[in-house]
Design a protein. Structure first.
Length: 118
């Protein structure tokens, strides 16, 4: 898996939502959503293509995601757990839940998840 930076993730999120789009359309979307110029979008698209996250086809510079949002989420979560919690997922979960008041339904869902991973 590969590391995607925030700007590259903006490209990927747009493609995951759109499925497939021309570079021009992606530039329009990101121009409206985050104020990027067309050149910025094209630079980020090229980075994503070079990293193997996006496939580019002609004519029309049509782009589609090669990697899934789930794959990126899993990679980023593993990175976070390893970097900040010494590889201990339970410490991450404890940190997320610290001081939170969970409903009975939330506790039940957490139990079901734990049983699923046993």
């Amino acid at each position: 898996m590969l590391k995607l930076y925030d700007a590259e993730l903006k490209i990927m999120q747009t493609l995951w939502r759109e499925g497939e789009a021309s570079a021009k359309r992606i530039a329009e979307i990101l121009g409206e959503e985050v104020g990027w110029k067309k050149t910025t979008t094209y630079t980020m698209l090229k980075r994503c293509v070079d990293k193997g996250a996006v496939e580019r086809r002609e004519p029309g510079f049509v782009c589609r995601p090669i990697i899934s949002a789930e794959d990126v989420r899993e990679y980023e979560t593993d990175e976070l757990i390893n970097k900040m919690y010494g590889g201990a997922a339970d410490v991450l979960v404890a940190s997320l839940l610290d001081g939170k008041k969970l409903s009975d339904a939330e506790i039940s869902r957490l139990r079901q998840m734990i049983l699923h991973y046993e």
